[in-house]
Design a protein around this ligand. Structure first.
Ligand code: 6GU
Length: 221
């Protein structure tokens, strides 16, 4: 089994750690299926204040992530693993989707560096060392930390052994085609007058499979 590795370059490691130390992400790490590493961009900052950003040429509001700290951080990581690929979360990226998550999950022994931008943006020259520009959707967040967690979660859950059954991510939701799970029910049979479809109590596995297929919802394209 090959391990997937994420190295997250961020100024806010403490914002990412709680999620990665909980539930399925923790379990994936505990089982040796996934590895999460952090690089503090501040350590690559310039001058006595370890500055990582500066004002934009041409004027305008806010501060931009500078090239030097980012290039130095990424080059250090790539010295140890030249095959590591760089993901930049940015609202200007390609919209993240299930097919891409699956492609990432299926890449043997992959190592992804996620560079979390902050402040109002980044120097355009940073794109020259980026392999994937990823957007989560048509809205703007303050930084790349939440997108990094979403990217990691959606990839890691697809790796066999992370979810309960060895095959649950593959057989169930999203994976074959783009169907979201069919409606599911557990006890009680009657909750405040809302009852479970009787077909599910019939014991007829063929009919149940047909009902589930007919009631599966598709991912929005
Ligand atoms: Cl990846 N980054 C930021 N800052 N905002 C976003 C986004 C990413 N995806 C949607 N909005």
């Amino acid at each position: 089994m090959s391990k997937i590795k994420f190295t997250i370059i961020t100024l806010f490691q403490e914002a990412l750690e709680p999620y990665l130390n909980t539930s399925m992400m923790w379990k994936a790490k505990d089982k040796g299926i996934a590895e999460f590493d952090f690089v503090n961009l501040r350590e690559y900052g310039l001058g006595p204040h370890k500055s990582v950003d500066d004002t934009p040429y041409g004027g305008g509001d806010g501060m931009l992530l500078r090239c030097e700290p980012v290039f130095n951080a990424i080059e250090d990581i790539k010295k140890k693993d030249p095959n590591a690929q760089v993901i930049l979360p940015t609202p200007a990226g390609e919209i993240w989707n299930q097919a891409t998550a699956r492609q990432f999950a299926e890449t043997e022994g992959a190592h992804y560096i996620i560079l979390c931008p902050h402040y109002e943006g980044y120097d355009e020259r940073i794109l020259s060392i980026v392999d994937y520009k990823v957007s989560l959707g048509k809205y703007v967040l303050t930084g790349g930390e939440l997108p990094a967690l979403i990217i990691i979660d959606s990839v890691v859950r697809l790796i066999p052994g992370v979810l309960g059954g060895e095959t649950s991510a593959i057989v169930e939701s999203f994976s074959d085609g783009d169907n979201i799970e069919y409606p599911q029910y557990t006890k009680p049979y009657d909750f405040r007058g809302m009852t479970v479809p009787d077909i599910l109590l019939s014991g007829n596995h063929g009919e149940i499979a047909k009902w589930r297929a007919a009631n599966s919802k598709n991912l929005q394209k």
